[in-house]
Design a protein around this ligand. Structure first.
Ligand code: FAS
Ligand code: PHB
Length: 394
């Protein structure tokens, strides 16, 4: 016995991409069903991004979920690049007139879930065996198992918001799909600790032992990262080792201000650059990590997902409320144009700020020369700044 559900847009994946899409569509009177293989508490527990571009803040304001963000988010007007003891501040506001906001992805996800639950959103959690059907027809559908029962969602469009490990991307035939990938020969080990941040602004540091990032979640909670070996596990990094390396890589002046403590979250993330083209196949639209991945160096993953959703929601709303399909027809080409520029920035900053095991002495000198050039050139600093605050939507 199959249980049939009907909606206008079936959204596979209830992370930030899927949740924001459902919220923007609902605000315009467009109905959706949100599926996820996990449940709300699991999704909200994932610690990920921490920095929001002004475009992301604008999208959350437009979605009507920004009140806590404005109350608790921390505006940041610049950040530091550190290189073997030398420091250079990228003056975001001075160079671009824009700032960024420190507000964790966990909080964004909670705000979106709260809004969707209040609006009576139809969620299907803990789904299994998700299969997308008839994507090239006017009546696509999404089949899945939930609570031991087969379900089938009949819809007009399917939004693939199911992340890098989802099933939507692979619903595009291999003869159509093109993928581009670069895996980095290291990972990031991240911790959360309830101690005041070592600095008011973020510090990205390249030290001969490796990269380190000092970030935060609030004035009493810090988010810190160190570059680690690609095969490292959390167990390889007891707090004592983390603090020793983190202090060394930040340099003695900053380390003197560091307040250490017991971490209450610790995770290792691999780094990769990845793009899948096209981001539309028939009536399937890919958005967010389902279509692209960036190394977290440029703080772009979540922000890029939000940019996709702003363009996709505009196209779907224009279709339903104005009967026009121009935005939908141009979605893949216009969104990919911006995706590749963001991939470039994230790749460039990752190349500059990390120790690559097979870098020659010449390449190490090139890293230092690049840093010295950025520190001495307003034009070079402005290039970093305009990418960091977020490129125009199109
Ligand atoms: P998500 O992966 O967040 O959500 C996809 C959802 O789809 C998940 O809830 C999953 O359960 C669900 N799903 C998967 N397969 C499914 C299936 N078959 N059926 C139904 N549902 C399915 N970005 C930054 O900007 N800064 C950072 O510091 C940063 N750190 C990160 C650290 C880690 C470990 C990871 C993995 C990512 C990090 N990112 C960071 C990127 C991250 O924030 C993503 O860009 C963001 O979560 C993208 O959101 P979604 O596209 O919604 O994908
Ligand atoms: C974070 O606070 O988690 C963070 C900030 C900036 C980055 C990556 C992660 O580039």
């Amino acid at each position: 016995m199959t249980k049939t559900l009907k909606t206008q847009v079936c959204i596979v994946g209830s992370g930030p991409s899927g949740l924001l899409l459902a919220q923007l569509l609902a605000n315009a009177g467009v109905d959706s069903i949100l599926l996820d293989r996990k449940n709300r508490s699991y999704i909200e527990s994932r610690v990920r991004a921490g920095v929001l571009e002004s475009g992301t803040v604008a999208a959350l304001e437009e979605a009507g979920v920004a009140s806590r963000l404005h109350a608790e988010g921390i505006p940041h007007e610049g950040f530091d690049l550190a290189f073997d003891g030398a420091r250079h501040r990228i003056d975001l506001v001075g160079l671009t007139g824009k700032s960024v906001t420190v507000y964790g992805q966990t909080e964004v996800t909670k705000d979106l879930f709260d809004a969707r639950y209040s609006a009576g959103q139809q969620f299907c959690f803990d789904v299994e065996e998700v299969v997308l059907h008839d994507l090239k027809s006017a009546n696509p559908s999404v089949q899945f198992m939930m609570d031991g029962e087969k379900h089938n969602v009949c819809c007009d469009y399917v939004a693939g918001c199911d992340g890098y490990h989802g099933v939507s991307r692979s619903a595009i035939p291999a003869v159509v799909l093109r993928t581009f990938e670069r895996e980095y020969p290291f990972g990031w080990l991240g911790i959360l600790v309830d101690q005041p941040p070592v600095s008011d602004e973020l510090i990205y540091a390249n030290h001969e032992h490796g990269f380190a990032l000092a970030s935060m979640r609030s004035e009493t909670r810090s988010r810190y990262y160190v570059q680690c070996d690609i095969n490292d596990k959390v167990s390889d990094w007891p707090d004592e080792r983390f603090w020793q390396e983190f202090a060394l890589r930040l340099g003695p002046e900053t380390a003197a201000k560091l307040q250490t403590g017991d971490s209450f979250e610790k995770s290792v993330a691999p780094l990769r650059s990845f793009v899948a083209e096209p981001m539309r196949y028939g009536n399937l639209f890919l958005a967010g990590d389902a279509a692209h991945i960036v190394p977290p160096t440029g703080a772009k993953g979540l922000n890029l997902a939000v940019a996709d959703i702003r363009l996709l929601s505009r196209g779907l709303i224009e279709h339903y409320n104005a009967g026009k399909d121009d935005y939908l027809d141009n979605y893949s080409s216009s969104v990919l144009n911006r995706v590749w520029k963001v991939e470039r920035f994230s790749w460039q900053l990752s190349k500059l700020m990390h120790q690559f095991p097979d870098n020659s002495p010449f390449e190490k000198r090139m890293q230092r020369a690049e840093f010295d050039y950025i520190a001495s050139s307003e034009a070079a600093s402005k290039t970093i700044a305009e990418n960091y605050v977020g490129l125009p939507l199109e």
